[in-house]
Every structure is written in C-alpha cells, then in structure tokens.
Design a protein around this ligand. Structure first.
Ligand code: PEP
Ligand code: MN
Length: 295
C-alpha cells in the first residue's frame, strides 16, 4: 500500500541531496564536516559543551551564570532572549533587552553565544548579536524560518522536533542548506514517546546519534536538560550521550543562590555539576584518542 507523504531513510538522497552521505561521498562513511563558531568547533576534535540559563532574565542573573559557565570550562554560552512557552501568559523572555545582556555576557566572558530565534522578522536582529542561531524544537518545521536563518549566513543549531522522525529532521536541515548555509549542528533534545512525562520530561533518543552520523556529515549534539527535565538526570544523560558519540552537549545552568529560575528550574544544574560534566567530556575525548592510537 502506498501512503501519500510517507518517507523512509531510503528517500534521504532525494529529500536531502545537499546533506546526505550518499550524495556527498567526499565525507566517506563516517567523516563529519566541522562547524566553527568563533573558536568552538563542532564535529572537530573534541566535544563542545554549551551551557547557560534557560532564559535571559536579567543582567545580574545572566552575567553570574555566564561567568560560572566559563569558570566550569564550557565552550559556549546559551540563553533564550525569546522563549517559546506553552502558555502565552507565562514569561516570554526579555527580548531585545535580553539580546543586549547576551552581548555584554559575550564580551565579558569571551564565550561565543547561541540564542533562539522564533520569528522570521527577528532573524536579522538576533543574528547581529548571536554567534549561532538556535531553531527550537517547536519551530523545526517552520520552513520560512529555516530559510531565513539559512540566508543569515550564521551557524545554526537545529533542535529536533519533539515528534520528528530522522527524515523530517534532516529534511528541515536541508531547508537551511538550500540557502547555501551548511554550518548546521543538529541537537537531539528528547522526543514525545511513551512514557514521556511520567518520570522524565521527554524520552532521550540516544539511538538517533549513530543514525544521524550514518546518514549525514553534520555534527550532532545532545540537550540532556530538556530531554530529561530533571536536574539529577542531566549528568548521567550527558555521559551517556558522549558514549553514544555525541559531538557535544547543551546544558541549562542556574545560580540557585539568586532564587528559582523563571523557567525550567527543575532541570537546571549548578556550576559545580557542570564542571564535572566538562571534565568527563574532556577525559572521554582523551580516552578515545588514546584508544585510536593503541589500535
Ligand atoms: C531551549 O533550548 O531553550 C528550548 C526551548 O528547547 P526546545 O526547543 O528543545 O524545547
Ligand atoms: Mn529551557
């Protein structure tokens, strides 16, 4: 039986001629095309750790977290100025003011910044400050937005839609690539599958990492914070992601002495835990290099 619109991984060469391994033999079976973000190199030699608050709430909160993130040894700063929230009555982020705060955090810490853009009309504004544009899970199939971030020329962090298949995810990445922008990093952030919501926020799909790597040359990282929704799970999920070959991590961090974050506090970790994860990521890489040398 043929079903309209049904696609499988066999259709990838047709859906993603710019990104599929099949159509781009120069990357061979397992080579990754590195994506450079002001010194942070995804898919390069070692995992990239992005960390920061869920939302940019204030100058004090963001700067405190940013300095803690740098102190913990992370490579990049994250923080949403524009937040996609389930309720329109909830805190929506600090918008342009938040972007200005991120600019200061970037200058003070020297860390490259990734922040989410949700609106085609704001891509230019966000791209002026961000070193990397984040397209969130809810917007993974917002095709005009994908085209616009593609045209911006900035590296893009494309989160997986929470109910997206691998084909749909790579198809979304192809919209960015079609604009001539191959600087795309994929981010697995948990999917809606049984029993999501019962004892974790989503289901962290670690199996997708080797699958992504088998089908495209784009780097792929993992967001253990949104995937689990529980701070105590973030560290083990980070380790597991690295064991599965993730090219990096994106983690939410809070400074709890400044009060409960306005969003996602239950999944935020402190700077000390982040430092342990960074240390594990570095040691994991060293072990891999050592194993390859011995082989
Ligand atoms: C985020 O990383 O800030 C975020 C909102 O995540 P997601 O789009 O994966 O829900
Ligand atoms: Mn969040």
């Amino acid at each position: 039986m043929r079903i309209a619109g049904q696609v499988t991984l066999n259709d990838l060469p047709r859906i993603c001629p710019l990104l599929s391994r099949t159509n781009n033999p120069r990357y061979g079976d397992d080579e990754t095309r590195p994506v450079e973000v002001r010194g942070a190199r995804f898919g390069g030699d070692r995992p990239v750790v992005i960390a920061g608050p869920c939302a940019v709430e204030s100058h004090e909160q963001t700067l405190a977290v940013a300095h803690a993130v740098r102190g913990a040894g992370a490579d990049m700063l994250r923080g949403g100025a524009y937040k996609p929230r389930t309720s329109p009555h909830d805190f929506q982020g600090t918008g342009l003011e938040g972007l200005c705060i991120l600019r200061i955090a970037r200058e003070e810490t020297g860390l490259p910044v990734v922040t989410e853009v949700m609106d085609t009309r704001l891509v230019e504004q966000v791209a002026e400050i961000a070193d990397m544009l984040q397209v969130g899970s809810r917007n993974m199939q917002n095709y005009p937005l994908l085209a616009e971030v593609g045209r911006s020329g900035k590296p893009v962090l494309l989160k997986r839609g929470m109910a997206a298949s691998l084909c749909e995810w790579l198809g979304a990445a192809e919209y960015i690539a079609k604009q001539g922008n191959l600087d795309i990093v994929l981010c697995e952030r948990g999917i809606k599958a049984f029993p999501a919501g019962e004892y974790s926020r989503y289901v962290l799909d670690l199996s997708v990492i080797p699958a992504v790597q088998a089908h495209t040359f784009l780097p792929v990282i993992v967001d253990p914070s949104h995937a689990t929704g529980i701070s105590s799970m973030v560290e083990p999920a980070s380790r597991a992601a690295l064991e599965f070959g993730s090219d990096g991590l994106m983690i939410e961090v809070a400074n709890f002495s400044m009060g409960e974050p306005k969003c996602d506090g239950a999944q935020a970790i402190d700077a000390e835990t982040l430092a342990r994860i960074v240390k594990f990521a570095r040691a994991h890489y060293e072990r891999q290099v050592e194993a390859e040398r011995a082989a």
